[in-house]
Design a protein around this ligand. Structure first.
Ligand SMILES: [Zn+2]
Length: 371
């Protein structure tokens, strides 16, 4: 297990590669990001808007939204450039009160909105299945947020889908995937679905029809439908602090006490399940959401690596106990079953037993309090 010497991410993170100088691709990309001519990118966006508006569709674009800071940012920009959006939410079975409030605020900015609920009987079973099989209970959520918008865009004949940040660019990936366009290949690689699509999960338990909201429309992939998928983070600089400020100006609300996981008290707050997704990274890859967030802060020169390490020492592994309870209730399993199922995904290439305690070999921090 190697650690990037600029940020605090390990080589075990999917799609993260550490070069011979000990620097990861996400940090290298951070350097590239600083050299981007954003004025030129803005013109590219204006051209795109002109091209889309010529199509004279009922809605110019579809924006997948949760009500969170990034989705407000997406909607604000779309409206500013004169696009008429339809907004769409995959309704998490565990939406928080603050999530509800922020979603209401987002719609009040002046957009039509669909709150799409997937059959809860299917969804909770599907979550449990992906948790048991690949240690990722939120594969259904990630499949829904990337595939459902395409289905709805095709139904309403909407020519453009506007996603937020390109995670390949922001968290590590390869150059060919840094562009503006989202397609089926990108989703499989970076969409946090363990390189699966919904078809891979069809079984005796779930028919293809049961899983249709998680699938792309039948005939093929995105672009063949004349539905274009873009990342707004290609055209406008994405930075969590900046999108939070834009969102706040437009009614987005959060409190310090909303912090669920990681560093930001304004992110990952609209549902009670995302923290479980992040938590499993600890077992599988030996880092937590806090490492991700701190690394972004380092790349934006807001903190240095030494400070990040001190923060990590203080905060520890951030086990999301309350959310684990909620997840157990939703999927009808006990807490000890959750333990047993999680334990299956402890990566023995990096973890070892020291007496009764699990520890990580070559961990970033020597004085870590192992539990
Ligand atoms: Zn790095």
């Amino acid at each position: 297990m190697k650690w990037c010497k600029k940020c605090v991410l390990p080589s075990t993170r999917p799609n993260l590669v550490i070069n011979s100088k000990g620097v990861c691709n996400a940090c290298e990309q951070g350097k590239i990001k600083k050299q981007i001519n954003w004025e030129k990118r803005k013109l590219e966006f204006e051209n795109l808007v002109r091209r889309i508006k010529k199509k004279k569709a009922e809605y110019d674009c579809l924006i997948p939204v949760s009500g969170g800071k990034d989705s407000v940012w997406q909607v604000v920009i779309a409206l500013k450039y004169g696009l008429k959006p339809l907004t769409l939410t995959w309704k998490t079975p565990e939406r928080t009160l603050i999530g509800e409030k922020n979603l209401k605020n987002l719609v009040s900015l002046g957009v039509n909105h669909i709150d799409f609920t997937i059959n809860p009987k299917i969804e909770s079973k599907f979550m449990l299945k992906t948790f048991e099989k690949s240690g990722s209970p939120l594969i259904p959520m990630h499949l829904a947020i990337y595939n459902l918008p395409v289905r709805i865009a095709c139904t309403f004949k909407i020519p453009l889908i506007i996603w937020g940040e390109n995670s390949a660019f922001e968290y590590g990936g390869v150059k060919n995937d840094f562009g503006a366009n989202v397609n089926a290949k990108w989703i499989k690689k970076y969409g946090a679905t363990n390189q699966t699509n919904a078809k891979n999960w069809v079984s005796k338990t779930f028919t293809e029809k049961d899983l249709s909201p998680y699938m792309l429309p039948k005939k093929g992939i995105l672009n063949k439908f004349d539905v274009e998928g873009i990342f707004l983070g290609y055209f406008f600089k994405w930075d969590p602090i900046n999108t939070m400020k834009v969102a706040k100006k437009n009614g987005f609300y959060y409190e310090k006490s909303n912090l669920k996981t990681g560093l930001y008290d304004f992110a990952d707050i609209d549902d009670n399940l995302i923290s479980i997704h992040h938590w499993m990274k600890w077992y599988k890859f030996g880092f937590t959401r806090y490492f991700d967030n701190l690394s972004i802060e380092i790349r934006n020169n807001r903190i240095n690596r030494k400070y990040a390490i001190e923060k990590l020492k203080k905060i520890g592994d951030q086990r999301p106990n309350e959310d684990i309870e909620k997840f157990c209730k939703l999927t009808n399993i006990t807490k000890s079953e959750f333990e047993r199922k999680s334990e299956k995904f402890r990566n023995k290439k990096i973890w070892y037993l020291d007496g009764k305690k699990w520890k990580i070999k070559d961990f970033l921090i020597d004085s870590w309090r192992w539990k």
